[in-house]
Design a binder for this molecule. Structure first.
Ligand code: PLP
Length: 397
């Protein structure tokens, strides 16, 4: 059975180039970048080369604005804790109701520590309510955290416009953007924005799991996140993960090659999949409805059926998809993102996210379009909601 991997927002396959680029740093070029001899310089130079690439990938001004971390979660924690350390006297923090848990759960903890948090809502298309955000900014607002794209619906939030607005109302408020789900999907140009911090994670753009980066704007000087040696400009001590840093640089380089062509192909396949499902499955509704969204994501709610069951049937066909963010799969609670945009309760537990990459082929998408309706029909047959489904079928035909 051929594997059809449509869960690229959860993680991606590592590029062959990235694997080949990192292997020598395990076996031959294994020097500690902090040591003094030539072998160490090789590691040191490799890190600096990768930093240059990630600088271009994120659209930073200088390589010094890039700090290597272990993942997107660490980058977010470093940014948020760093921002609050800089704005010690301010106790109000803002974020959105649809952030990843690496931001939301940290905000919950900060609330327990005495911070007052405001969570900005989204509309029924999953777009951020900018007026609400504008009105929420106060004199004592230390930080605004707004993700660039949502992992479940792909909705893009206008972080450049948001940072501009925040700084105009309160220049001292710091802005962090979780850019994990835009890396490799849209071009980033952070130097042209007033965003102070931005995070990415290697495993979302064909680098290994366990490597990430944090962009910190040049003039923003935070205290160390990990205290120890002098690595990463003393902000994140600990011997660098040289092989993975090299791999992430290589993966970012690959992303930038033929970027427009790859995105055009992914967009075409995503749109084909979206239309193919909506046209052929009568109980399907579109959850990923934002006008501006990343090119690879489609989220569809299947009314009156159970998402976990759909995933199991798809798994039997070799198709990998997701019923929420990877971290919440297995949770009985419906996705906080879909609840926030008021997805009808009839579809909340039957929502599936398909996320493509440039490795996705048209043959794979055709296979899903052909087989998914059969899967849904099989599940509909055993659904306890026969009366509701019949009504829906009559209405939609
Ligand atoms: N932010 C977003 C939007 C994500 O989708 C994820 C991962 O799913 C993360 C942060 C966390 O990244 P990592 O797995 O590298 O910690």
């Amino acid at each position: 059975m051929k594997l059809i991997y449509l869960d690229n927002n959860a993680t991606t396959k590592v590029d062959e180039n990235a694997v080949n680029a990192m292997l020598p740093y395990f076996s031959e070029k294994y020097g500690n970048p902090s040591s003094i001899y030539d072998l160490a310089h090789i590691s040191h130079d490799a890190i600096q080369e990768a930093r240059e690439i990630i600088k271009d990938f994120m659209g930073a001004e200088t390589p010094n604005e890039i700090i290597f971390t272990s993942c997107g979660t660490e980058s977010a924690n470093m940014a948020i804790r760093g921002a609050l350390a800089l704005n010690k006297d301010k106790k109000h923090i803002i974020t959105t109701s649809v952030e990843h848990h690496c931001v939301l759960n940290l905000y919950k903890e900060l609330e327990e520590d005495g911070y007052e948090a405001t969570y900005i809502s989204v509309n029924e298309r999953g777009e951020l309510n900018l007026e609400e955000l504008k009105n929420a900014i106060r004199e004592d607002t230390a930080l605004v955290s707004v993700m660039h794209a949502n992992n479940e619906t792909g909705a893009i939030f206008p972080i450049a416009e948001i940072a501009e607005m925040v700084k105009e109302i309160n220049p001292a408020t710091l802005v962090f953007s979780d850019c994990v789900q835009v890396a490799g999907k849209i071009k980033m140009n952070l130097k042209e924005t007033k965003v102070d911090f931005a995070s990415i994670s290697g495993h979302k753009f064909h680098a290994p799991k366990g490597i990430g980066a944090l962009y910190i704007k040049r003039r923003v000087k935070i205290p160390p996140f990990l205290i120890g040696g002098h690595q990463e400009r003393m902000l994140r001590a600990g011997t660098e993960n040289v092989p993975y840093i090299v791999a992430m640089g290589e993966a970012a380089k690959n992303c930038m090659q033929n970027f427009d062509k790859k995105i055009e192909k992914i967009t075409y396949l995503r749109n084909k999949l979206e239309k193919g499902i909506l046209d052929n499955v009568y109980n399907a509704i579109l959850n990923s409805k934002a006008k501006n969204k990343v090119p690879n994501t489609v989220n569809i709610g299947f009314q009156y059926v159970e998402g976990e069951l759909i995933l199991l049937y798809l798994n039997d066909l070799g198709i990998c998809a997701s019923s929420g963010s990877a971290c919440t799969t297995g949770d009985l609670e419906a996705s906080h993102v879909l609840r926030a945009q008021n997805v009808p309760f009839t579809a909340l537990h039957g929502s599936i996210r398909f996320s493509l990459s440039h490795y996705t082929t048209e043959e794979e998408i055709d296979f899903v379009i052909e087989n998914l309706p059969k899967v849904i029909n099989k599940i509909i047959e055993i659904s306890p909601f026969q009366k509701e489904l019949k009504e829906l079928k009559n209405k939609n035909n």
